[in-house]
Design a protein around this ligand. Sequence first.
Ligand code: KDG
Ligand code: MG
Length: 403
Amino acid sequence: MDTITAADVVVTSPGRNYVSLKITTSDGVVGWGDATLNGRELAVASYLRDHVAPLLIGRDAARIEDTWQYLYRGAYWRRGPVTMTAIGAVDVALWDIKGKTCGQPVYQLLGGAVRDRILSYTHASGWEVSQLLDAIDEKRALGFRAIRAQSGVPGLDTVYGVTKSGSYEPAGRGTAPDEEVWDTEAYLRHAPVAMAAAREHAGPELKLLHDAHHRLTPIQAARLGKALEPVDLYWLEDVTPAENQEVLRRIRQHTTVPLAIGEVFSTIWEFQQLITEQLIDFVRAAVSHAGGISHLRRIAALAEVWQVRLAPHGPSDVSPVAMGAALHLGLATPNHAIQEYMGHPELAGEVFRHAWSYADGHLHPGDAPGIGVEVDEAAAARFPYQPAYLPVARRRDGSVTDW
Ligand code: KDG
Ligand code: MG
């Protein structure tokens, strides 16, 4: 039996913060998992170090599902992003170990490839509409056939997904979150104009996506969906905060725009109503935040029954380790639709070496045994953790709203 002999947490900040879990076995096999939770990195690091790592020592590394059940059901205080990200890191590290032990890429252990490559989408953003159109051209020149488009909003200084300076990273460094002023009415006036310009510029074939980032009430969401119907979006993402899933029914009654939700959800139970009532078209959970490969696979299987497709979250805060894990799952999952690929800071390339690759609008996990992503611990040590937070949004009257 190959038992777990060590579970170590590596926190590093090559351009942004990443938390990785390294599991070592008695046979000397090392597996890596991603435990990054944007703006709450140290909470997961502590959960892993203080409450999970000691329980892993001596366990059979081959028993991935049993370990998942032990960490989920065996903890009375379960669910939630911190817990589920920690469990996800353990799960991915154990799949990595199993793949390395078998000498197979993980997608082979999941049943083998059901597609040759994975369609990906990236982000294009511009403060002015003309800059957005230029950004779309740049991303198309890189081969992308699916692009998420976000623009600035007249009258606002900060808008989700876009900056005046060009490059965009959701978390700001510092010991407290930046505070942004948000005006939903101004956004609702401008977003249909910007997206219509994007469609007119790009032509009919480009898959265009847009993220409303939890900002709307149900009736505002319904109105935006209707207004965007002529744009023929691939999806409209996170229209409402969606803790209250009943409201999605009302939105569905009013618009046929495809809806994508779920990057902040971490369990199948949070998706249950959205999927079984067909309130969404795409599941947006990340391997890292939703309990790893084992759990996201289960969410995808439930979604398949209801013709809902998997489209894993893949911004810069989903580390190259979780990106690799998502690609193995994507290659082997019939109802996988598309993988978000925002890219990572250049410095992250010094810490994470990955077998997955991008070419011509598509991603592939590669054929290295396991997940195919290794963390260079010496390089990681050169980039110590930097406090960083996602912003907080306030309405014009000063009250806090969803970011
Ligand atoms: O950490 C927050 C980001 O991951 C999130 O804002 C990115 O909405 C996002 C997306 O769709 O990539
Ligand atoms: Mg999103």
